[in-house]
Design a protein. Structure first.
Length: 354
């Protein structure tokens, strides 16, 4: 972008472009969030959205009155640029940032519309074709599809069908563009922001540790110099009262420096313990997840054994009931046989008596 353009609004967001092959998946423009800004070119009287990654312009989109910014989730929005033949997507850190960007898009879109109408009115007033007499036949009207100052692209009324088809294609592409992936995109942005915060905190802790180490080395060097000075004063002025006073002052300064060094050592230990605590927390989390998986596996095995035991118990009860039924039948038959045998004995007894 040129120096004549002035930024009017800036924010931070993760930049995506629609996959030109599938028209459904998002392709990230960079690994980290980028600065996305609205620019106004007073010379050309146009508005643009620009985002630069390194030395490359990731977004260079001129805003026109027919553009629409769509919120597809609480932290994600997108708009189509027919000139670039693509769809841009932005993932924000919060819903508030998304709302601010959407409101600014609407304002800039309205400003672009007013600028275009003003430019068209000025063109009509200065157009020599207005002096043509009424009986002359004018050619088909030519309408500029770009803002003033841009490379001119013209279309006639016969091209309206193509423009309508292009709009329908873009609407379809917007409706189909990664709607099912909004949830994991929002979760991805949240996790990535948390990870960036943790990494920044870790870097800050490491930087503080390095800074304290440097200060400690400087204090130790200064302490050693003072000790040598004290030794020199002790050897030179053993009987000099003024030397005694200097010795006391240097000794007091030495004690203060030693206390300061001790305090810095304690701060270094605290920073190291915080850093180790982060690593230990991560290790405990992994160990807990592993134990949870083992417990789930063991629980599944116990449920399987319980199911087998229930089946075995049901089979045993059925077999037992079957045996009891057979025993009952045998007992009934035995009773009948015993009764018949007693009848036979009684008959024999009667025959013997007769």
């Amino acid at each position: 972008f040129s120096r004549r353009e002035q930024p009017i609004f800036s924010t931070r967001a993760h930049v995506f472009q629609i996959d030109p092959a599938t028209k459904r998946n998002w392709i990230p423009a960079s690994k980290h969030a980028l600065t996305v800004s609205y620019f106004y070119d007073a010379t050309r009287n146009v508005y643009r959205i620009i985002s630069v990654g390194g030395t490359k312009a990731i977004i260079n989109s001129t805003i026109t009155p027919n553009m629409t910014f769509t919120k597809t989730s609480q932290k994600f929005g997108q708009w189509a640029d027919s000139r670039a033949n693509t769809v841009y997507g932005l993932g924000f850190a919060s819903e508030q940032h998304l709302s601010q960007f959407a409101e600014k898009f609407q304002e800039v879109k309205e400003a672009a519309r007013l600028a275009r109408e003003k430019s068209q009115d000025k063109t009509e007033l200065t157009n020599p074709a207005l002096n043509i007499t009424s009986h002359q036949v004018l050619p088909s009207p030519i309408i500029s599809s770009n803002g003033p100052g841009e490379d001119k692209l013209f279309r006639s009324q016969s091209a309206d069908v193509e423009i309508t088809t292009e709009k329908e294609r873009l609407k379809k592409m917007l409706s189909e563009g990664s709607v099912s992936e909004v949830q994991w995109e929002a979760e991805f942005f949240s996790l990535q922001d948390n990870n960036n915060k943790l990494v920044a905190a870790l870097h800050e802790a490491n930087a503080n540790v390095d800074q304290w180490k440097k200060q400690l080395a400087a204090y130790q060097e200064e302490t050693e110099t003072l000790r040598q000075r004290v030794a020199e004063l002790e050897s030179q002025g053993a009987h000099d009262s003024s030397s005694e006073n200097n010795k006391e002052e240097l000794s007091q300064t030495l004690e203060e420096l030693e206390l300061l060094i001790k305090a810095k050592d304690e701060e270094i230990q605290v920073l190291k313990s915080q850093k180790c605590g982060q690593w230990e927390a991560e290790g405990e989390r992994e160990e807990t997840l592993q134990k949870l998986q083992e417990l789930e596996t063991r629980n599944a095995e116990l449920e399987r054994r319980l199911h087998l035991a229930e089946q075995t118990l049901e089979e045993t009860l059925a077999e037992r009931e079957k045996i009891q039924n057979e025993v009952t039948k045998v007992a009934e038959i035995m009773d009948v046989k015993i009764f018949e045998l007693s009848e036979i004995r009684q008959g024999l007894a009667k025959l013997v008596e007769s």
